[in-house]
Write a protein that binds this ligand. Structure first.
Ligand code: PMP
Length: 423
């Protein structure tokens, strides 16, 4: 409907060439040719406000990252089996943002590879296999991660060594929610043990993004990690989405006052360039390091390392975590003001620029407004604002703009949402 000639031809060509496994966003797909800051530009030159982004966190095509990539690519690109300073500088700069207990960094190209490596190391260290994840978790695209990513749906079966727990939903749960979450984790590991599967790791996105964005109460993850460790499992913080300043602090786990055993990272780490990795307590890597020779052809290459370093420098120089905290607070305040006029807004929650806005048919029953949410996402697209939804009822607006979002841009989003909710 309303698709231009050129876009219709592209959709057809795409299906013919790429096959049926890919999905486009929106009933009326968008064709972007350029990005700058929080704006994306389509082939006709129309600008769209990107409130969905979780990769180009510094803003699209940030000149300092582009320059760092170009400069290093023009000089040399090899791999981690030759000596090179840039990858060491990046490792050092990353560790400086982490608790002192984390002492080594390993590099991959994608968040999936980082999680896969974390699980291999955790297995080698614990001698166990059992993994606990949340009921709508997403942790990656490889075979080993798809089988512990229940958000992929029924067509992708969970592994026998995987158990799920309900996410820490502070909107639907009562005040005892953190204790219940910890008890669920303990019970999940005990259940695996009963089937002869020894505990290996609790793996969670520290903002529970695909479950529906559950940031509160701060401290919750400390209780959850304690339950995992009590069971003999490691606590792996998947920071692929929350990491690099999105939550207003450098890492999502920091809000919870917990020190993870392993931190995995990716997406915004290269602001669009594929660079990912993990940070780990050195003692956990001993056995794996003794028995495994790890080489990842592209992981930690000089160009990726230069991109990663530039990202850390820009985050610092432009004060982006602080901007995410300030503009995120302004956005949530605006959403709460909209809630006073639009009964469909049941809950607003978030940290920094990782925000969930839950839409319900009835504030009493909290029944998910699933169809209405899909209408709103598409109607926002027609107003050139990009956003998506998640959660079991697909009724939670996921708001994740680049960290450089200004208050004025936040107000553009709020204005568009107000119109769409009114219309
Ligand atoms: N973990 C989380 C929490 C993610 O959101 C994603 C990507 N959506 C991944 C891991 C996998 O990262 P990648 O797509 O880079 O493999």
């Amino acid at each position: 409907a309303g698709l231009g000639e050129r876009e219709r031809a592209m959709v057809e060509r795409r299906g013919r060439l790429l096959g049926p496994a890919y999905r486009l966003f929106y009933e009326r797909p968008v064709h972007f040719v350029r990005g700058e800051g929080a704006w994306l530009f389509d082939a006709e030159g129309n600008r769209y406000l990107d409130c969905y982004n979780n990769v180009a966190s510094l803003g699209h095509a940030h000149p300092r990252v582009v320059e760092a990539i170009a400069r290093q690519a023009a000089l040399l690109n090899t791999h981690t089996r030759y000596l090179h300073d840039t990858v060491l500088d990046l490792a050092e700069a990353l560790l400086a943002t982490m608790p002192a207990s984390l002492g080594h960094v390993m590099f991959t190209c994608t968040g999936s590879e980082a999680n896969d490596l974390a699980l291999r190391i955790a297995r080698a260290h614990t001698g166990g296999e059992g993994i606990v994840v949340t009921s709508l978790a997403y942790h990656g695209v490889t075979a080993s991660l798809a089988e512990l990513s229940p958000s992929l749906g029924e067509g992708v079966p969970l592994g026998r060594h995987v158990a799920t727990v309900a996410p820490p939903d502070a909107y639907r749960g009562g005040p005892d929610m953190p204790a219940r979450f910890a008890a669920d984790i303990a019970a999940a590991f005990a259940g695996l043990r009963r089937h002869g599967i020894r505990p290996c790791a609790l793996l969670v996105d520290t903002m529970f993004t695909s479950d529906g964005v559950f940031p509160d109460p701060a401290g919750l993850l400390a209780v959850a990690a304690a339950a995992a460790r009590e069971a003999g499992a490691l606590f792996i913080a998947d920071e692929v989405q929350p990491g690099f300043g999105r939550t207003g602090t450098m890492w999502g786990f920091a809000r919870h006052g917990v020190e993870p055993d392993i931190v995995t990272m990716g997406k915004p780490m290269g602001n669009g360039h594929p660079v990912a990795g993990l940070a780990i307590r050195p003692e956990l890597l001993e056995r794996f390091g003794r028995t495994v020779r790890y080489f990842n052809t592209f992981g930690g290459n000089p160009v990726s390392a230069a991109a990663g370093l530039a990202v850390l420098e820009v985050l610092r120089d432009e004060g982006l975590p602080a901007n995410a905290a300030a503009v995120g607070a302004h956005l949530m305040e605006g959403l709460r003001a909209l809630a006073s006029r639009h009964a469909i807004i049941g809950d607003v929650r978030g940290a920094g620029l990782s925000i969930g806005c839950e839409l319900v048919g009835d504030r009493g029953t909290r029944e998910p407004a699933t169809a209405e949410t899909a209408r709103i996402v598409n109607a926002l697209r027609e107003r050139r604002v990009l956003i998506s939804a998640s959660g079991p009822g697909a009724n939670i607006l996921k708001i994740r703009p680049p960290l450089c979002l200004t208050r004025d841009q936040a107000d553009i989003f709020l204005g568009a949402l107000d119109e769409v909710l009114t219309g």
